[in-house]
Design a protein around this ligand. Structure first.
Ligand SMILES: [Zn+2]
Length: 379
């Protein structure tokens, strides 16, 4: 009997871990300001010529802040107005947080970014002290993990092999211009996955992708959409997912990824969990009581009839066929291998293979287009 209880508790623990990974905290709510992003313009005078071209797509390129390219650091108070109408209360909170961080020498240039600070504030309900503590934790984590240079320095050479056993990746944009991230969790084969990579290497790749999204995908999407895009839409296909999948390495991976997610709050806007069977729905019912109403309202757990819902938020041409869209990316080896999106658009980025990244002289985690510079692609 005791054994049964213990087993039951272990199962609950597993469910909880999986749920936490899926739903929290990478899923904290975002509210992008639906305003024109008026300052998305690349300077040709700054030595960044050709990286991100002027007048791309529908992007509004009426710049009014060309002087900001000189240095974000020195113009920061002005940067509160970069490219979008700021909520005065939010702007005030960001300003206060920034002052508090500077006073304690906690604001390296690379992280001196309005959106980044705003994300942290939102994650802590705009409590400055509590946000500052979260920030300190993040700084320590970035140092310990080596996140600051991971975008340039890490090479996940086994990606092709990894995709055979865990299909995931960014593909296209939603109707609001946000990048769409897709995970085919149900078809993952953790055992074979661990045969071609290690948990440690996979976690590094995961962090690198976060950094890539902040530094490249969001800015490219912003240019394409003509408004600031600062969060993504996620689709997770959980067909066949049950407790049987939760083996020891999977639990360990989930635990590690959870820790990572907490360092990137508020980067996910909405999540669609599709092909949820009765087992997953039961799990969801248990988990949702732990979530705040706002977060809950943005997570959509759908069964097999999910296609029309996805097509409400994503154009068919941007959605893979296997999720109800019309895209197959046949020439690229399938949608999950194509990395399709504005970040690969040669009109937005110089290189087809998206080789833009942070300008070292004015690093920032969420950059406006002005702050990109081309680098050699190492792929
Ligand atoms: Zn495709």
């Amino acid at each position: 009997m005791d054994q049964q209880i213990r087993k039951g508790r272990m199962e609950e623990h597993k469910i909880f871990n999986l749920a936490v990974y899926l739903l929290h905290p990478r899923f904290s709510c975002c509210e992008e300001r639906n305003t024109r992003y008026a300052d998305l313009k690349v300077s040709d005078e700054e030595g960044t010529s050709g990286t991100l071209k002027k007048n791309v797509g529908n992007a509004s390129t009426k710049t009014s802040h060309s002087r900001e390219k000189k240095s974000r650091k020195t113009v920061y108070p002005d940067s509160l107005t970069i490219g979008e109408a700021q909520d005065p209360q939010e702007a005030g909170a960001v300003y206060a947080l920034r002052q508090a961080l500077i006073a304690d020498n906690l604001l390296p240039e690379i992280l001196d970014d309005y959106q980044m600070m705003l994300r942290y504030l939102r994650a802590r309900n705009f409590n400055i002290e509590s946000t500052k503590n979260m920030w300190i934790g993040m700084l320590q984590w970035r140092k310990d993990f080596g996140a600051n240079n991971i975008l340039e320095e890490y090479k996940f050479s086994e990606l092709d092999e990894v995709l055979k056993y865990f299909l995931q990746g960014y593909h296209g944009i939603d109707k609001e211009g946000r990048p769409v991230y897709i995970e085919i969790l149900g078809q993952a084969d953790p055992k074979k996955l661990m045969g071609v990579t290690t948990i440690e290497r996979y976690v590094k790749y995961y962090v690198q992708e976060y950094e890539r999204t902040l530094a490249i995908r969001f800015p490219a999407c912003s240019i394409a959409a003509g408004r600031r895009v600062a969060s993504s839409t996620t689709i997770v296909d959980v067909q066949g997912v049950g407790l049987g999948n939760l083996t020891k390495p999977v639990i360990e991976l989930i635990r590690r990824l959870q820790q990572i997610n907490s360092n990137y709050p508020d980067t996910l806007c909405q999540m669609f969990i599709v092909n949820a069977g009765p087992g997953f729905k039961m799990l969801w019912n248990m988990v949702q009581s732990f979530l705040e109403a706002k977060a809950k309202s943005k997570i959509h757990v759908l069964g097999t009839k999910f296609k029309s819902t996805l097509l409400e938020v994503i154009d068919a041409s941007e959605l893979p066929e296997f999720l109800g869209g019309t895209c197959s990316c046949a020439e690229k080896g399938g949608c999950m291998r194509s990395n399709k999106g504005p970040w690969r658009d040669p009109h937005i980025t110089k290189e087809e293979d998206v080789c833009v990244h942070r300008n070292h002289s004015s690093k920032s985690a969420t950059l406006v287009a002005d702050h990109f510079t081309p680098v050699e692609c190492r792929h």
